[in-house]
Write a protein that binds this ligand. Sequence first.
Ligand code: FMN
Length: 345
Amino acid sequence: MKTRITELFGIKYPIILSGMSWISMPELVAAVSNAGGLGILATGVMTAEETLEAIRKTRTLTKKPFGANVTLYFPGAERNAEVIIKEKVPVVNYALGKGDWICKAVHEYGGKVIATVTTLKHALAAQRDGADAIIVTGHEAAGHGGAVTSLVLIPSIADELKIPIIAAGGFADGRGLASALILGADGIAMGTRFMNSVESPVHESQKAKANETDVYSTLYTDKVDGLMARVMKTEGAIRLTKKWLNPFSALIRSKKIAQMLGFPWLKLAIAILFMGYKRSMQMARMAIGFDAFYAGTMEGDNKKGVLPIGQVAGIMHETLTVKQIIDRTVKEAKQAYEKLGTKLK
Ligand SMILES: Cc1cc2nc3c(=O)[nH]c(=O)nc-3n(C[C@H](O)[C@H](O)[C@H](O)COP(=O)(O)O)c2cc1C
């Protein structure tokens, strides 16, 4: 397969592993890169030391190109970005922040940059800031998808942008890949599909649950981590949507975030005091979200925990190896293209 994305990153197929905290770890990243796609390491919940270790481990598992992501909204994210840059990771993916300095530093060593966005405004800003490609995340996606569905969002951005687009949100098979290419994208990124793979470290009970869900089994809410996010509709998720927070809870809960990210708590606490009410309540929700996502993802706990999952879980009913997922997606996309040719005659 040859698209602007395969050419840009030197990969065989235009299929990317989305960054998923605790899941897009070295083993899964390497499995995707070794199967011809591009694995992206998720560093969002890692300290700078853990990020360095994960990059080095990935390098022992694959000789193919891979990426690492950084969520600029999180405290301490800059330090992770600095490690990623120092280690000259071939592809750097940033989200939720301004990445002009990342583009400049990565280009200096010959790396490539992907910005993740959900709107045309942010897509144009990323292009201006020097990103080589963007991931556009539609409403169907697990986690922080935008307000508009991929079917409309992808062409609306493709019409306005020069750099290539990777479509995310609602893609899990070859029909999806073929459709994304027709809509104007040059590749797809998949989260939910790879989360439910043999190599994924997500709790086995969640893979089994994902195989049984239908397309109506998700919630889209800002009550889990303070940003609009799609998660599995479970007892834990419904409970969080009803949880009331007092204005000081951000300060109390920030200690845990600081600990997890290796960030000085005093610095974070002072920053929260200056954030104003709305943003500090968002931080409080983020702290709750971290705990809930960990319990849902790694402990399979759907009472206290929450699992991000996309609507697309409803059209996939098997846990497959990464290689099976990628080979099948490529084969089905080619078949879909041939079928379309016949229908359009
Ligand atoms: C289990 C799971 C965990 C995720 N964790 C994160 C995360 O930590 N940070 C993030 O920005 N996106 C996260 N995502 C969202 C993905 O990066 C991606 O945007 C999304 O999965 C794409 O849509 P899809 O699920 O329809 O493929 C997660 C997705 C899943 C399924």
